[in-house]
Design a protein around this ligand. Structure first.
Ligand SMILES: [Fe+2]
Length: 389
């Protein structure tokens, strides 16, 4: 490596003292130097000492601290240890020309403004450099006033770009923090509803968690997207939230329900939908599950008497998961069905009651008793996770 790099500035000592001990290959230098100091530092790259000196004197006259290099290779060596805001670079140089230096600067030092210096005959190449990311170019022989104007413009553009980037970064951080806060509040409000229902109806406790798990398994077997699957998971947890509005003696009744009691209980899909709508506003998947999980394919369900494909697919999925878990569960007034019996019952009513495709998908994932969660499902409380939107 050549040692032609010279420090032509009277501030040479302070420059040397501020060098950072970068590891070999580490591109960014001067992490400790304030931006206000970096903004007044430039590197002049030209293999012609006379022209280089002329530019250096000009820049120094304008208050810049100048570094020098005789080629692209030397320029990169200097920049490893010396931060600058501006590089003034000749096009034709040995060891690495200006265009290649520009390429490497865009990658390794995107914050540096680069102004190319070019002979009139090379103007086309200089224009090509603009598309590679040079801020500007100056043609030789240059007029000092023009150099000053171009340099000032390039540095102003660099400052604006940096300001814009800082602003964007700060904005992104704030937006992200706000979104997280909203997500936390959203989940906390829904979690409190789920907690309230669990207190009122202990049966719901393990049930909602298992229904959600079955729903996720079906959604995966049907090849639904992870986003939709996460929303189905949330909807499964919340599908019975409307039971908060059902009379406790009906919810806990240890025996068959009267018609009036049954109708009262079956108001829970609409009640839950009303309760959750302000909270889940944009999350239609979960809302559809809450409202439509007691619809039937033959149109005899509640609350909307939707038929077939009118029933949102997510609700058809949770309907199967819900019914399966209900059949398997032991209630005070009846024993639960066995796994085989429950599966056979699902198959029997696939068509009029359940979507046969959903039942097929459920059979695909629930091949054996081992599919059923063990005791964990009984004791697990609902812990909501944020659905991906
Ligand atoms: Fe329900």
């Amino acid at each position: 490596m050549s040692h032609r790099v010279s420090f032509a500035s009277p501030h040479q000592d302070s420059v040397t003292a501020s060098r950072t001990l970068d590891a070999p290959g580490q591109l960014h230098a001067g992490a400790s130097m304030p931006e206000s100091a970096i903004a007044r530092r430039c590197l002049v790259v030209d293999d012609e000492p006379r022209l280089r000196q002329a530019l250096v004197r000009l820049m120094q006259g304008d208050g810049f601290t100048c570094l020098e290099a005789g080629s692209g290779v030397e320029a990169l060596a200097v920049l490893k240890n010396e931060p600058v805001a501006l590089v003034l670079s000749d096009m034709r140089m040995p060891a690495m020309d200006g265009q290649e230096l520009l390429r490497q600067l865009r990658v390794g030092y995107p914050d540096i403004a680069v102004v190319m210096i070019t002979a009139v005959a090379e103007v086309e190449v200089a224009v090509a450099c603009l598309s590679l990311g040079a801020m500007d170019y100056i043609t030789k022989p240059f007029v000092f006033e023009e150099v000053r104007a171009r340099v000032a413009q390039a540095l102003e553009k660099r400052r604006l770009l940096a300001d814009n980037r800082d602003y964007q970064e700060r904005l992104e951080v704030r937006v992200k923090a706000q979104a997280e806060r909203l997500e936390t509040l959203f989940l906390a409000s829904i979690q409190s509803l789920a907690d309230a229902l669990e207190l009122k109806d202990p049966y719901t406790r393990g049930h909602s968690v298992r229904v959600s798990q079955y729903g996720v398994a079906i959604a995966r077997a049907m090849g639904l997207s992870p986003t939709l699957t996460a929303q189905i998971e949330l909807g499964g947890h919340l599908h019975d939230v409307g039971k908060i509005g059902v009379r406790e003696e009906v919810l806990r009744k240890a025996g068959p329900l009267t018609t009036e009691e049954y109708e009262h209980i079956m108001t829970h899909p609409v009640l839950g939908w009303r309760i959750l709508q302000p909270l889940l506003g944009e999350n239609l998947v979960a809302l559809n599950i809450v409202r439509s999980h007691h619809e039937r394919m033959d149109g005899k369900g509640v609350p909307d008497r939707f038929e077939g494909d009118e029933i949102p697919r997510e609700a058809r999925i949770i309907a199967v998961a819900d019914a399966f878990d209900a059949m398997m569960s032991k209630r005070p007034y009846r024993n639960g069905l066995t796994f085989t019996e429950a599966m056979a019952e699902l198959r029997r009513v696939a068509g009029p009651q359940f979507d046969p495709q959903v039942v097929d998908a459920f059979f695909e994932v629930a091949r054996s008793q081992s599919f059923i969660p063990g005791d964990a499902g009984e004791s697990e409380t609902i812990k909501l996770r944020a659905p991906k939107r």
